[in-house]
Structure formats: structure tokens, C-alpha cells
Ligand binder design. Structure first.
Ligand SMILES: [Zn+2]
Length: 131
């Protein structure tokens, strides 16, 4: 934790959607905060490409949801089509929907946990003294 010894925490400065600058504290050795770290963005892009977005549905889904939830969205879209076409039983579609909701819930908890840990790490780096 060499970063923790810095007296002045760097600020992110990335541009937000509304045009203002992000004032969040920089994490680790990078130039951006946890949310704007381009190293994370690159990893996300790579994961998306690896998934092989070849259909129009997949391409659209890719833009709407995090890479990790893309298969869930695609499955839901396929389920909707199947239910509409009568190739999937309503009961089966309901079960798939329930599982999808559970997956999203787990993802949300994981995301919150990740953000909480980042905040705690930032606070520890700033505060310095024992917790
Ligand atoms: Zn930022």
C-alpha cells in the first residue's frame, strides 16, 4: 500500500455525463476513481468482445447491460420470443424469469460490495490512522 503514504489524494477529473468533472478520489496508482478507471473499462470491453456479439440482439444487449449480465438478457429475450411463438411453456418462461431475477439480485449485491470496499479503501488511505 505505497499509495496510502501520499499526503494529498489525487482527484479523478473524468468527465461525467452531465459535463461536470468527477471529484472522486483516485484509487491506487491510476489517474481515475474506481468508477472511471480506464483499466476497468478495457477489461469490460474485452469481456464483451470475448462473448462474441454477432447477432443484432446481442449487440443491442451489450450496450444495455453490464457484460456479466448479457447472457441473462439474451436468454430473457429468447424466452420472450419462445413464449410468444408457443415453443416455451408459460411455466418454463416464469421459471427462467425467476432465475434471471435471482442472478440480477446477486450481481447487484456483488456490485455494491465492490463499491463499498473501494470506498472503505479510499477512506483508509485518506484517514491513515488505525481503524
Ligand atoms: Zn471518477
Amino acid at each position: 500500500m505505497a499509495e496510502a503514504s501520499r499526503s494529498e489524494a489525487k482527484r479523478c477529473g473524468a468527465k461525467r455525463k452531465d459535463g461536470s468533472r468527477c471529484a472522486a478520489r483516485v484509487m491506487g496508482a491510476g489517474e481515475h476513481c474506481f468508477a472511471h478507471d480506464p483499466r476497468r473499462a478495457a477489461a469490460r470491453d474485452q469481456a464483451r468482445r470475448k462473448g462474441g456479439a454477432n447477432s443484432a440482439t446481442a449487440a443491442r444487449a451489450e450496450k444495455l447491460v453490464p457484460a456479466v449480465l448479457r447472457p441473462v438478457l439474451i436468454t430473457l429475450l429468447q424466452t420472450l420470443q419462445g413464449a410468444k411463438a408457443g415453443t416455451i411453456e408459460p411455466r418454463q418462461a416464469t421459471a427462467i424469469g425467476s432465475v434471471a431475477r435471482a442472478i440480477v439480485a446477486v450481481y447487484q449485491v456483488g456490485t455494491l460490495e465492490e463499491r463499498l470496499q473501494a470506498l472503505e479503501a479510499a477512506q483508509a488511505a485518506q484517514g491513515g490512522s488505525a481503524a
